[in-house]
Design a protein around this ligand. Structure first.
Ligand SMILES: [Zn+2]
Length: 492
């Protein structure tokens, strides 16, 4: 008996715009594809939120007993600057600017991506394929689409014929756009454009002589269009039809719309049963963007080395903060929000140790079974983590009342409560208990504050040997001191 046989999961399907009862194509098995990062810079915190939403979804599906094949790709070619149709490849541009081989850029930022995700306690996907590793598969799909008459070749490039496709299928159904409106809203094509219509998109682009990332093809040397890799890799590993396709909201159009068109042109039917889109992260009420400076790297939050936040926050606190919003809602990051999450996370961890030491009685005042089902109900309702977390705090309240002798709990209920809290907090939300309870953390920070004070005294007495010794030995223990205008702060 698997848990999924008792729990009815509903998923908001972006394609239908409705919450639907989830039924996998093959009982007990799920195929899930999520668009991964383009590895040309350090991973953005907003992207981390998207991937974290799908990590939580992956974790819950596994918890329910499903065997999940989770494919998340690495885009290492074909994604052009500004997501445009013409222009430079994002990775090639970075390689040119830094005088590196493109694959050096790919390697560097793939490692950064994995490193950050590991700190956030992500589970690795089942398969992590790369675009450059699937050039042959992409070429085969282009040949197939050409053969079926939904693409045309011009001067070494191949374009998808959107109008032709729209005669037999429906282009725009995921994003709710109509091709006629798109056409009406675009200006006339400039004379030199090769495409028949501005809505057409590249399946294969001819490489100009200076273009360094290039592969041979039946149409000459070139490189694949960005949308094609996801069709090639998702269908190769999950089949022509698979259960879940996820990604950031910003990918709905044109990326996912084009993926649908490519697969339908090729296979004659829709590739995905449930489309899921995660919403974005803002900071201090504004869109996060490198260009405006309203941006922070995950690593700089963990070390505290940034000008935006008052202190360092652990990956689990940031993860807990992210889980407090539903994955389809916009979430705003701020110093106050992280401080509140840190407090809440500490209370949750404290409750686990309080619960362990709790004395049991002959009856329970707290209906643990009903509470447990409420936690599942929240998760079954399109992975509603904020409601789940509210339920976890309901348990915190009862644990404290039992500790104070105002309520009691039986040994059996205590066991169920302990198991369920552990499952929801660690297995499903993916949080980690590091560095003990918040009480321990409080003691540790007291000790470090004392050393900071002793170091300050030593410096005032011009005893720099002692002050350096305190700083260096703390650094060896992994505790960094940072001298600033308002005194010295530390990060662990
Ligand atoms: Zn994709």
């Amino acid at each position: 008996m698997h848990l999924y046989q008792n729990q009815q999961l509903k998923i908001y399907n972006s394609l239908s715009g409705k919450k639907e009862i989830f039924e996998p194509l093959n009982e007990g098995h799920i195929g899930m594809y999520v668009c991964g990062p383009t590895v040309y810079s350090n991973v953005h915190l907003g992207n981390c939120r998207t991937f974290m939403s799908f990590d939580m979804i992956f974790r819950y599906l596994r918890h329910l007993g499903y065997k999940v094949r989770y494919v998340r790709n690495i885009t290492d070619a074909g994604h052009l600057v500004d997501d445009a149709e013409d222009g430079e490849d994002k990775i090639a541009k970075k390689a040119r600017l830094e005088q590196l081989e493109p694959m050096e850029v790919v390697q560097r930022y793939t490692i950064d991506f994995h490193n950050i995700l590991e700190q956030f306690n992500f589970l690795p996907p089942s398969i992590e394929p790369t675009a450059t590793g699937h050039i042959i598969e992409q070429i085969e799909i282009i040949k197939d689409i050409l053969k079926k008459g939904f693409a045309y070749e011009v001067n070494g490039s191949v374009y998808f014929d959107v109008s032709k496709f729209n005669d037999s299928y429906e282009y725009g159904k995921l994003s709710g756009r109509k091709l006629e409106d798109m056409i009406a809203n675009t200006r006339e094509l400039a004379g030199q454009d090769e495409k028949k219509s501005p809505q057409d998109f590249a399946l294969w682009k001819k490489a100009e002589p200076q273009h360094i990332m290039r592969w041979p093809s039946p149409w000459g040397d070139g490189f694949p269009g960005w949308h094609l890799e996801c069709t090639a890799m998702s269908t190769k590993y999950l089949g022509e039809t698979f259960d879940i396709h996820g990604g950031g909201m910003d990918l709905k159009f044109p990326h996912h719309e084009c993926e649908i068109a490519q697969a339908e042109a090729c296979y004659g039917h829709s590739p995905v049963r449930y489309w899921m889109h995660a919403n974005m992260l803002t900071m201090n009420g504004k869109k996060m963007a490198k260009s405006t400076g309203n941006n922070i790297l995950p690593g700089d939050i963990f070390t505290g080395e940034n000008d935006i936040l008052s202190k360092a926050f652990s990956p689990s606190v940031v993860r807990f903060f992210m889980m407090q919003a539903h994955y389809t809602s916009i979430l705003d990051l701020s110093n106050d929000a992280l401080l509140a999450s840190e407090k809440g996370f500490g209370r949750l961890m404290d409750t686990l140790s309080t619960l362990e030491a709790l004395e049991t009685g002959i009856s329970s005042d707290f209906d643990v079974e009903a509470w447990k089902q409420q936690c599942y109900d929240a998760m079954n309702d399109d992975f509603n983590t904020p409601i789940l977390i509210a339920n976890l705090f309901e348990a915190v309240k009862h644990v404290n009342l039992i500790k104070e002798g105002k309520e009691s709990i039986t040994a059996g209920d205590k066991e169920t409560l302990t198991q369920s809290l552990n499952a929801f907090i660690f297995d499903i939300l993916g949080l980690e208990q590091k560095g003990g309870t918040s009480e321990d953390a409080g003691k540790l920070s007291g000790v470090v504050e004392l050393l900071i004070q002793l170091r300050k005294d030593a410096r005032e007495n011009k005893d720099f040997a002692t002050s350096d010794k305190i700083r260096d030995q703390l650094a060896e223990l992994g505790i960094q001191l940072k001298d600033g205008k308002e005194g010295t702060t530390f990060s662990i």
